[in-house]
Design a binder for this molecule. Structure first.
Ligand code: NAD
Length: 477
């Protein structure tokens, strides 16, 4: 089948490469010329495990082409995916300008029947709006006889595991419009997605508004689990419980399951923050406010500052002269995506209090430098105290504390003895609960996790004693 994917970002590029891998003839269009030039030369603009091999292999096999030309993309397509960004606007609503721009171009250029598949995350009603824009452009050109159905097929891939998620989806949600055009679109997509349904039917067919809402509901549910556990972790600290034990205890209940129950430094990324806000905006516009989702969002905003609160409880509000080490900058492992990453909030807050921050991420260093420079454009002085280092050890030298912000595999089992020797004060603030508190205590390393019983005790100590005494007391406890 001839497939066009518009948008060569995380979703578009993965969709294009995976469909090409399954044998489709794919043209991927992006209006960012530099991105297309890089892709044409065999480069991949994002870090996603396995994606570069997949792109290169299918390009070499002639099944995958990159272009900036929508004319070429539309001419080529039997099915055209829209996978462009829908970033948040000031008021939280999704910015649909890119989606609607693609719709206008399709309407202006189309000369044959087409199925348009919207993969971007869009509020309910967007499928209809895209259909209207295309129909209107066709009408203006006197081409209203062409059949062009707009289908909703939200994407559920996770960055860092995007290829696996695309190739082995839990489910494929497809919303089709009513009538004969919808029926033809359903037939076409059944054929395109047949390889995924060989063992059992994974496609969940529905109407377009339900498919659009399903994507928001899924992300809001996952964000809810995270904020729920983060709030539970705060309580665990106060009552002397270990949130990790609680997590295992509740996750074993099949009605609950183990996924997305990890307390941490709050969720980030390109999806949960913007999609929860967009959902709240849609809900408010329809007079049906989402109280749960709004609490989830508020908890997350606070959680991103939780580690900063721990640092200031231990060291005081003025962090001048403190050297703080950070492991992990991307919003989660296996990606260089820094969108809404908790590290941005934490690092800026530490710098603003006078600390020197030494940070390492195995992949996201240069992207982090770009976004942090943007974040602190109004306070360039702060950046002078931020040092992005190439190795995890380099940041530890003479550090007063290590903050773990992203659970990259390479941070899971460090050489703790070496870490202890390098640091001025062996203290780990583990924002991802990676380490065993008892093991670290035995090694003489002070340790605070999220909701791991000891936070309050240390905070109390820190209020009455200087930092070194607090850390010593914790180690001896
Ligand atoms: N990133 C994820 O993990 C993820 C997962 C599921 C769904 N989504 C949704 O998928 C959509 C895309 O997300 P993403 O992370 O891939 O975005 P992205 O920002 O990584 O990529 C979007 C791409 O679209 C291109 N583009 C924008 N307007 C264009 C136009 N008119 N013509 C051609 N190209 C255009 C941009 O240049 C960019 O390369 C969003 O709605 C997002 O919410 C993202």
């Amino acid at each position: 089948m001839n497939v066009t994917v518009v948008g060569a970002g995380y979703v578009g590029l993965v969709t294009a490469a995976c469909l090409a891998e399954l044998g489709q003839r794919v043209v991927c269009v992006d209006h960012d010329q530099a991105r297309v030039v890089l892709l044409q030369a065999g480069g991949v603009p994002i870090y996603e495990p396995g994606l570069d091999e997949l792109v290169q292999r299918n390009q070499q096999a002639g099944r995958l082409r990159f272009t900036t030309s929508m004319a070429l993309g539309v001419e080529h397509a039997e099915v055209l995916f829209i996978a462009v960004g829908t970033p948040p606007q000031e008021d939280g609503s999704a910015d649909l300008q890119h989606v609607l721009a693609v719709a206008r171009q399709v309407g202006r250029l189309l000369t044959h029947d087409l199925v348009v598949v919207n993969k971007s995350t869009v509020p309910v009603g967007t499928g209809e709006a895209v259909q209207r824009v295309i129909d209107e452009a066709l009408r203006v050109r006197g081409c209203q006889g062409l059949a062009c159905a707009v289908v909703s097929n939200p994407e559920f891939l996770k960055e860092g595991a995007a290829i696996e998620d695309f190739m082995r989806p839990d489910r494929i949600v497809i919303g089709v419009p009513p009538g004969p055009a919808g029926a033809r679109a359903r037939e076409c997509l059944s054929q395109l997605y047949a390889p995924f349904n060989r063992h059992h039917e994974r496609t969940v067919w529905m109407d377009v508004p339900s498919a659009e809402l399903t994507k928001y509901a899924a992300n809001a549910m996952l964000a809810t689990r995270i904020s729920f556990m983060n709030e539970m972790a705060l309580l665990a600290d106060r009552v002397g419980a270990d949130i990790d034990a609680v997590r295992r205890g509740i996750g074993a209940d099949q009605r609950i399951g183990h996924s997305f129950l990890y307390a941490g430094t709050g969720y980030g990324g390109s999806c949960f923050p913007k999609d929860t806000r967009a959902l709240m905006h849609t809900a408010a516009a329809h007079g049906s406010p989402m109280r749960v989702v709004s609490a989830v969002e508020a908890v997350n905003r606070m959680q991103k500052r939780h580690l900063v609160g721990m640092v200031t409880q231990l060291m005081g509000e003025d962090l001048s002269g403190r050297r703080l080490a950070v492991w992990g900058l991307s919003f989660k492992p296996n990606t260089n995506d820094m969108r809404e990453a908790p590290s941005r909030v934490v690092i800026q807050a530490l710098l603003a209090r006078g600390a020197t921050v030494l940070a390492h991420d195995p992949v996201a260093g240069s992207e982090a430098r770009r976004v942090l420079t943007e974040d602190m454009a109004a306070q360039p002085g702060l950046l002078q105290r931020l040092h992005l280092e190439e190795s995890p050890e380099a940041v530890l030298l003479d550090a007063d504390a290590l903050l773990v912000l992203t659970e990259w595999k390479c941070f899971h089992s460090p050489d703790f003895a070496r870490l202890r020797d390098l640091m001025r004060e062996p203290l780990i603030l583990d924002g991802r609960n990676l380490y065993d508190p008892a093991l670290l205590q035995a090694l003489g390393i002070a340790y605070l996790g999220i909701g791991r019983r000891n936070a309050l005790g240390v905070a109390r100590l820190a209020l009455t004693a200087p930092m070194q005494a607090a850390a010593k007391a914790l180690r001896a406890a």
